[in-house]
Design a protein around this ligand. Structure first.
Ligand code: HEC
Length: 136
């Protein structure tokens, strides 16, 4: 991907937009395979349609809102950055945390922007990514 030289303002506009997109109610479209319905029924039953989508595969909400725009997992998501399958086997949690907080502090010419994540987002993402081992 080319370096878009996004300013801090542009990055935060973009992330707000991606968050908004992630919350758009598509009224059930595209239809989900029955497997997901079963999974959401098992994980609490009374969840609304929107929660069923967001909680799919127990991913952190922020992952579904931001990260999938550029990264794929299990063949779904963007292709701007590398697929995140098995990322927990490639990096330890310290590295992942540092990377997520500020990619440019790890790799000066990284194409991944520093994202406006809360402490809770970072902790949740690190825990989530760390357990993505092998082809899970
Ligand atoms: C605007 C696109 C974009 C977004 C949004 C984005 N990334 Fe990235 N990410 C990249 C790119 C591009 C790379 C490759 C870094 C490089 O070498 O420049 C990368 C690399 C990574 C890596 C290292 C993977 C590896 O195998 O080397 C991890 C881990 C990662 N991103 C996690 C995340 C997480 C978690 C989020 C959501 C909070 C996220 N990324 C959001 C573009 C993005």
């Amino acid at each position: 991907m080319v370096n878009n030289n996004l300013s801090e303002d542009e990055i935060s506009d973009l992330t707000e937009f991606l968050k908004w997109i992630g919350n758009v109610d598509t009224n059930g479209f595209p239809p989900k395979p029955t497997m997901n319905m079963v999974a959401s029924a098992n994980s609490g039953g009374a969840s609304t349609e929107t929660e069923a989508v967001v909680n799919r595969a127990n991913r952190p909400q922020v992952f579904n809102q931001l990260c999938v725009a550029c990264h794929s997992l299990k063949g779904q998501g963007g292709s701007v950055g590398p697929a995140l399958d098995g990322v927990g086997s490639r990096f330890d949690s310290k590295y992942l945390e540092k990377w997520i907080r500020d990619p440019l502090s790890v790799k000066a010419d990284s194409k991944m922007p520093k994202l406006p994540l809360s402490e809770a987002d970072v902790a949740e993402l690190v825990a989530y990514l760390s357990q993505l081992k092998g082809d899970q």
